[in-house]
Design a protein around this ligand. Structure first.
Ligand SMILES: *Cc1c(COP(=O)(O)O)cnc(C)c1O
Length: 455
């Protein structure tokens, strides 16, 4: 398809040298950030539980979102063999990574007080990434809304009907669009095509070829862009909304994606209970969440804070070349500012995190809830990928390893003392966000690259 959008409309102009200098004077941390140095930022706007202002979502919204998943379970079970055994339930395991822990500590020269776990969303069925939570949820939510409004189903009806010819031909009248660096497009494309929607995925230059191929195979229309994620989103939004029956999944502002992610908290709580992992004042829980637009880490943080309050400490992690949420929250400008404004190129091999501008919806919530953000270099992502493979036999994509460095940054920082946290019995969970669909040949390249750094 021809690209019909005038590039000058979407190219980000950037701040003048004088403006940049004035921002840096106000926030000196911008200096190492723009120099692309790994940096830890602690959020001074974090609010204690009883002081959190009213948020645009509630705990009840999260429980309602979980109900939607339950209603669709029979449909999912029938549509996807991957979740037949789990009765249509899409969830990932929480794994202890005791063998990796000493290797990490030794290589990066630090000590992890407490235990280290991996929340293995790289294994999430069907989409192979954390986008199975937000992306699938938003498509299912939209499909349900249309079906209810048009009298095709009731909330207590048989949701296997969503696979029927009648439903499919109904959904064929509607189109869904999404802008994506890759994984979101995969999740939206797969679920939309399964339901019969006309789905178009607008992909940025850094999206991998195999993701485009897989989407086309599933029946999605793939529109490729030479520019970055913001450009793909901009164009996708315009084109999708030009169709009166068009629905755009907007990663830069979506409430539904956010809610879909938040349900992970309810699931994780159950897993923690099952594994006898306590969370209270003497047993703090640290979460390290790879961050792109901030939707998935924001939704999970929101959910966990609703359930555990001040005993949860959530840190986001971004590539040194794409610190969009970091700059947005540090300056307070949120989605009004981008990494390009500061001359940062947004070029990273962590394609799931290659985002130059944060989500407005997610950051407006995260600003009160997250403990901080740190950045990592791409080379470390590969190094940890190979370490994880060698020591735990777990294979993930580069983005997904970013959380593993969390304890190094956080335990040595002023955060622990400032909040008077007893870390002896701490639990650290690095959220592993993707990997299962990566073709073997690509995974081998990732692995070899990390191996070369370890040599
Ligand atoms: C999308 C994605 C993230 C980050 O999620 P956001 O909602 O963009 O912040 C992290 N890791 C992987 C593998 C992803 O695909």
């Amino acid at each position: 398809m021809e690209q019909t959008f005038n590039k000058s409309e979407v190219v980000l102009v950037g701040l003048s040298e004088i403006e940049r200098r004035s921002w840096k004077q106000k926030y000196p941390l911008l200096e190492p950030i723009t120099d692309l140095e790994p940096t830890l930022w602690l959020n001074s706007n974090i609010k204690e539980e009883q002081h959190i202002p009213e948020l645009p979502l509630t705990k009840e919204d999260m429980y309602e979102a979980e109900e939607l998943w339950k209603r669709f379970a029979p449909f999912l079970k029938k549509a996807f063999s991957e979740v037949e055994e789990t009765s249509g339930f899409i969830e990932s395991p929480l794994k202890s990574i005791d063998k990796l822990k000493p290797v990490l500590e030794n290589y990066y020269d630090f000590n992890i007080d407490g235990k280290l776990y991996l929340k293995s969303d790289n294994e999430l069925p069907i989409a192979g990434s954390i986008k199975a939570r937000g992306g699938f949820y938003e498509v299912l939510h939209y499909a349900e809304k249309l079906a209810i409004e048009n009298g095709l189903i009731t909330y207590d009806g048989n949701y296997e009907l969503f696979l029927s010819e009648k439903f499919r031909s109904f959904f064929q009248q509607y189109s869904i669009g999404v802008g994506s660096t890759g994984n979101l497009g995969l999740s939206i494309g797969i679920m939309s095509a399964t339901l019969g929607f006309n789905v178009s995925v607008y992909m940025s230059a850094d999206a991998k070829q195999w993701k485009k191929d897989l989407l086309r195979e599933k029946g999605a229309n793939v529109v490729e862009f030479s520019g970055d994620f913001s450009e793909a989103i901009y164009a996708g939004r315009e084109e999708t909304l030009a169709d009166p029956n068009g629905y755009f999944v907007d990663d830069e502002s979506s409430k539904h994606l956010f809610l879909g992610y938040s349900v992970a908290a309810l699931r994780l709580k159950k897993q923690l209970e099952k594994m006898n992992i306590k969370v209270d004042a003497n047993n703090p829980l640290f979460l390290y969440l790879p961050c792109g637009v901030g939707g998935s880490p924001g939704g999970i943080t929101f959910g966990m804070k609703q359930l555990f309050g001040d005993h949860i400490h959530c840190f986001f992690v971004e590539p040194t070349h794409s610190p969009s949420v970091l700059i947005g929250l540090l300056t307070g400008e949120k989605d009004q500012i981008s990494v390009q404004d500061f001359g940062i190129d947004n070029r990273t091999e962590a394609d799931g995190l290659a985002v130059g501008r944060p989500s407005s919806f997610a950051t407006s919530i995260s600003e009160h809830l997250i403990s901080g953000i740190y950045t990592v270099e791409d080379d470390e992502l590969y190094t940890m990928l190979t370490m994880l493979a060698d020591n735990e036999n777990i294979y993930v994509e580069p983005s997904a390893t970013a959380g593993l460095l969390g304890p190094k940054y956080v335990l040595e920082s002023a955060y622990i003392e400032k909040h008077d946290i007893n870390t002896n019995n701490a639990t650290h969970i690095a959220w592993s966000t993707g990997g299962d669909l990566v073709p073997d040949i690509d995974m081998k390249q990732f692995y070899e690259k990390g191996k070369s750094f370890l040599a």
